[in-house]
Every structure is written in C-alpha cells, then in structure tokens.
Design a binder for this molecule. Structure first.
Ligand SMILES: Cc1cc2nc3c(=O)[nH]c(=O)nc-3n(C[C@H](O)[C@H](O)[C@H](O)COP(=O)(O)O)c2cc1C
Length: 314
C-alpha cells in the first residue's frame, strides 16, 4: 500500500495524533513496532514539541511524524519546529493547513490532513496535499458525520491522492475491508490504546477493556461544541443533561476543561473524558505494541485466505 511503500514500513499503519497520549514514548513504540508513530502536539508550545521530537529520536532510529492540531494557538511556531527538526511527515486536524503547505513541501515534508467528508477532501487536494486521512465517525475523539464504510470508498473514487482510512479499525477483517474499499493505509487510535507502552493511566485501560458498544456515545452534536466520541460515564451523562437543558457554552467548557487529562493521567472515572472509538467494544486484551500490530495483520492474512477459499457470495 502507498503508506508502507512511501515510508518504508512493515505495516501500512500510522498512529493517530492523540493529545496527551501520543507522546515521544508512544510514537517511538509505534515506529519500533514497524508502523509510523506520530507525536500528537495538542495545545503544546513550540518548545514542548521540540523537546518531545528530540526525546523520540533517542528512543527510535525509525521515522516518525508529528500531528498538528491547527486550533493550537502555537500552531505557527510549531509549524516551524517540524521543519527545523527535520520531520518528514505531518498530519493536521481541526483547521486549514494551507498557510504552511508550501513551507513544509520545500522542507520535504509530506502533508496529510485528517478529514471527514468528500468536500473537505476535494479542498485539501486542490491545496496540493500528499494524501488524506479519511476518518469515519466510528473513531474516538472529535468526529464528523460520515462513516468509514461510506467515506473511504467515496474518497478513494473521487480523489487522485492516496486515502488513509481511520475510524473503526481493530480486526483483521477491517484491514481486508479497508483494502477492498480502496484505502492505501490505516490510521489507528483506539486499538493502540491497548498497547502496554501507551502512556495512559491503568484506570483508562480498565475503561477501555470493559467498554461495551452501547456504553460509547457522542456528545456535542446538540450544539454544545464539537461532536466527540467518548465513553458514557458521569461526565458524559452530565454533558448530555446540559444538552437537554440547552445550557450556554460556558457550562460545557467548565466540565470539559482538563477532562481528557483527568482520564489520561488519573483515570478519573467521574470527571474524566474517556475518548474512545466504537472498536473499544472489540478490545479485550492489553499487549505489547509489536504484538498488537503483528496480531492485526496475521488476522488480516487469515481472513484473506478464508475469503479466497470460501464462496462468500453464495
Ligand atoms: C483518546 C483519543 C484522543 C484523540 N485525540 C486526537 C487529537 O488530539 N487529535 C487528532 O487529530 N485526533 C485525535 N484522535 C483521533 C485519532 O487520531 C484517530 O484518528 C482515531 O482514533 C481513529 O479511529 P479509531 O479510534 O476508531 O481507531 C483521538 C482519538 C482517541 C481515541
């Protein structure tokens, strides 16, 4: 696939930028396991990003990249840091990367925005990006409206640049499905939370393992901010109650402020915001990163062998 060929990877996988989680340690673990690790910069300052890139360099000699949340007030400076530090791939989210694309391309950086609709994909293609990550609403974190099942083939059919599929990938059968639907690689978030090296609190791991499909919900669709897929807990219930009461924006901000950190660093079951995708309901084991990826692709090979020998259309 394009992703593994372009970056010389064992697996056609890029890790999602996950604020407070996709640290140097995490990105290096992903890259050392044969995929492309990304440092998720969230709201970090330029100095924090530089320090994390340098730390990752000490932990791996494999390529890794940086995810930029364009809502970050330090985006401009961070966009220079990735150039200065010799990063070769940048994914972007939550905004328009247009002001930085020429500068990044001159520095030999591949630019891959995360998008959730065909119109966004068409706009990004016009800007000259190298590929897009098409993220279906099965994903954990901030989401759009389309599903991977629809978005991936829609993008693959209508764009001339490679499409990387994100949202809802945790099984070998998802890999085969994505390949058939036309994607050229996968961005994983939730499944990688189950890796031993993932720097989340044990309380977060516990929530991930016990999450059933009906316990994962979306808040923010009713006007209270950005739609976000999270686990149903007291915080999520409060948010949903606020939506029913049509509360002002400040009320949502008050409960969500620092809530992801409360989940990631302290495993706070009441006030933490446990972002996770629907695939959490399929995850029942914590294992080393290398095994997470090896098992996923061994399963994909087994699925492929199965559909070649069974008459699946009968
Ligand atoms: C805990 C968590 C935090 C996330 N934070 C971010 C983020 O800061 N920036 C971003 O672009 N995407 C973020 N995402 C989305 C991931 O990068 C990725 O696209 C998504 O998880 C893929 O779908 P999946 O969860 O079904 O694997 C987050 C996802 C999770 C699960």
């Amino acid at each position: 696939m394009w992703l593994s060929e372009k970056f010389n990877l064992k697996y056609p996988v890029i890790s999602g930028g996950m604020a407070n989680i996709s640290t140097a340690v995490f990105a290096a673990a992903v890259s050392n396991a044969g995929a492309l690790g990304m440092i998720g910069t969230g709201a970090w300052t330029a100095d924090q990003v530089r320090a994390e890139i340098r730390k990752a360099r000490e932990l791996t000699d494999k390529p890794f990249g940086v995810n930029l949340m364009l809502m970050n007030p330090h985006s401009e400076e961070v966009s220079d840091v990735v150039v200065e530090e010799g990063i070769k791939v940048v994914t972007t989210g939550a905004g328009n990367p247009a002001p930085y694309i020429d500068k990044w391309h001159e520095a030999g950086i591949s630019v891959i925005p995360v998008i959730s609709s065909l119109s966004q994909g068409e706009r990004m293609q016009k800007l000259g990006v190298d590929a897009v990550v098409g993220e279906g609403q099965e994903a954990g974190g901030h989401i759009g409206d389309s599903t991977s099942m629809i978005l991936w083939p829609l993008l693959a059919k209508n764009l001339d640049i490679p499409v990387i599929g994100a949202g809802g990938v945790a099984l070998g059968s998802h890999i085969i499905a994505g390949r058939v639907l036309g994607v050229q690689g996968f961005q994983l978030g939730t499944l990688l939370l189950s890796a031993e090296e993932c720097p989340i609190h044990d309380g977060f791991r516990e929530q991930l393992l016990k999450a059933r499909d009906s316990q994962i919900t979306v808040v923010g669709r009713a006007g209270g901010g950005m739609p976000t897929r999270i686990m149903k807990n007291p915080l999520a219930r409060k948010y949903i109650q606020f939506e029913k009461e049509n509360r002002p924006k400040e009320d949502y901000e008050q409960i969500m402020n620092g809530a992801l950190k409360k989940a990631v660093f302290y495993g706070d079951k009441n006030e933490g915001c446990f972002m996770m995708g629907l695939v959490a309901s399929l995850i029942d084991e914590i294992k080393p990163m290398e095994k997470v990826l090896a098992d996923l692709f061994a399963e994909a090979e087994a699925e492929y062998a199965r559909i070649k020998t069974e008459d699946i259309l009968a």
